[in-house]
Write a protein that binds this ligand. Structure first.
Ligand code: F6P
Length: 477
């Protein structure tokens, strides 16, 4: 990427825009190479995957952190988007990003699958950094602009922004699950976060259950009047809380997957794996919510108890490095390394490990080739807001073959009902489903995949953004 000076409208020195996305990360990260030079790389995760195509169409501004500490950068333009970097000090990265966002809120909002830590200094940093994002956004947004704030790292921004700029239309979308009320109540700052979110005109969730949990909490804790998906604030505003299940650029992904270069690469991947009869694939950020150990364990047991022949079936697991300095992520990385090593050591042969484990991130075209190479896609998180990998796999199966094994606890399971659904905590159940997905008749696989594909193509990222932004624009939605 070659950053350029901003082209957007400027008033005095600050460029401004009529559509502004605010997210913890910019769509690109600034990274330092080994020789000391710097470069830009696409940021990890589903949020960027989903929002990039929306932004390309809307030509707005994107306010976010550029991924490196202690660096102040000027706004710049990339592919028609004005990127506005928000600086974070090394201490803020520790306390706001690794601490409050990813060691307090992340586990709390994901069913407490890891223990959330509550520290007052992390909360103070969260407030301070949210205020900085709000200030930066207030400076970039034109009069009457639409501002769309993203995700759990920035839940105070709507209220902080409204305090400075009541002229703005403010939307908020939570990409991760909103927890059951009983879990949410553990949070010492529970009321402040509810009030922060209520600064928006529209608060979006992945699933109706999340929206309902939020409305119930607002009623119980803040005693505001609510009616179904509407909340009346004491100052006389109405806030809507609704579900908008997020999706992908389905056609873009499908076009990529059917290109001759990707088809050739998919064939090459299968050859490199030893031309097995069945390729199982997992693709995840290396996160304890994704259920990696359970999945690897299930596959390993199928091989060791003789249900699967390692000459016939292999498992490829891509784990994208993530939040590597947070303790729980370090522990998980060691656990997975050990588990994969043990399984491959116990049951592998020279040149034929049953599990190929890749701790790395890959560009989109390599991912498309992997999806095309895989007979069974295994997406088994313990809890997940949506999971876009499941949708990407479906978009990349033009021949209506392949099978998707999907956790009941991924938001995507509410839409992708024709997947082979599993409870990832039930290892025996998961083993059964993996075999069923592998051995199902081609006819049944095609029937399932056809319905899944219809779902993913009818409900793509454009539709998601249009539904959200139309509701935000219409005061009587
Ligand atoms: O989808 C959840 C999310 O936390 C996004 O907000 C984020 O862009 C992505 O996962 C990757 O996480 P991180 O920015 O912490 O690497």
């Amino acid at each position: 990427m070659n950053p350029k000076p901003p082209k957007a409208k400027t008033t005095s020195d600050t460029p401004t825009a009529s559509f502004v996305v605010v997210a913890n990360r910019l769509p690109v990260d600034r990274i330092e190479n080994e020789d000391g030079s710097t470069d830009w790389r696409t940021s990890p995760g589903g949020l960027v995957t989903a929002l990039e195509p929306v932004m390309r169409k809307n030509e707005g501004a994107w306010v976010g952190w550029h991924g490196a500490p202690d660096e102040v950068l000027q706004p710049f333009e990339d592919a028609g988007i004005l990127l506005v970097p928000v600086p974070l000090s090394a201490e803020e990265v520790e306390e706001y990003y690794e601490g409050f966002s990813n060691a307090t809120l992340w586990p709390l909002y994901h069913d407490v699958v890891a223990h959330p830590e509550f520290h007052r200094e992390w909360w103070d940093a969260y407030v301070r950094v949210n205020q900085r994002f709000a200030d930066q956004t207030a400076a970039v947004a034109e009069q009457g602009a639409v501002v769309w704030v993203q995700d759990y790292q920035l839940q105070l921004v709507p209220q902080m922004l409204r305090a400075q700029r009541p002229d703005l239309k403010i939307g908020f979308f939570l990409h991760i699950p909103f927890p059951p009320t009983e879990l949410y109540q553990q949070l010492p700052w529970r009321n402040q976060i509810l009030e922060g979110l209520l600064g928006a005109d529209l608060v979006g969730f992945q699933l109706p259950g999340g929206a309902q949990n939020f409305v119930r909490l607002v009623r119980q804790r803040l005693h505001y009047q609510t009616h179904r998906d509407r909340i009346n604030t004491p100052e006389g505003r109405t806030v809507l809380a609704r579900a908008y299940p997020i999706s992908i650029d389905s056609q873009g992904m499908a076009d990529l997957a059917t290109s001759p270069a990707i088809e050739a690469r998919a064939a090459e991947i299968r050859r490199d794996l030893g031309d097995p009869k069945f390729v199982f694939l997992g693709v995840d950020r290396l996160d304890y919510t994704k259920g990696l150990p359970e999945r690897v364990q299930a596959f390993g047991e199928l091989v060791s108890d003789g249900s699967l022949d390692p000459e016939e079936a292999v498992f490829v697991q891509v784990a994208t490095p993530s939040r590597e300095r947070v303790d729980q992520y370090r522990i998980l990385r060691d656990d997975i390394d050990r588990l994969v090593g043990r399984i491959n050591g116990d049951i592998g042969r020279i040149g034929r490990p049953p599990i190929t484990y890749l701790h790395s991130s890959y560009p989109k075209d390599e991912m498309a080739a992997l999806y095309r190479a895989a007979d069974v896609m295994v997406v088994t998180p313990l809890r997940d807001g949506m999971n876009l990998v499941a949708k990407e796999y479906v978009a990349c199966r033009p021949n209506e073959d392949g099978a998707l094994v999907l956790s009941e606890f991924a938001g995507a399971a509410k839409e992708l009902r024709q997947a082979y659904l599993v409870n990832p905590y039930d290892i025996d159940g998961m083993k059964g489903r993996l075999l069923e997905a592998m051995n199902d008749s081609p006819r049944s696989k095609t029937r399932r995949m056809r319905i899944l594909r219809r779902q993913v193509f009818d409900n793509d990222i454009d539709r998601w953004a249009t539904l959200f932004l139309d509701d935000l624009a219409s005061p009587t939605a």
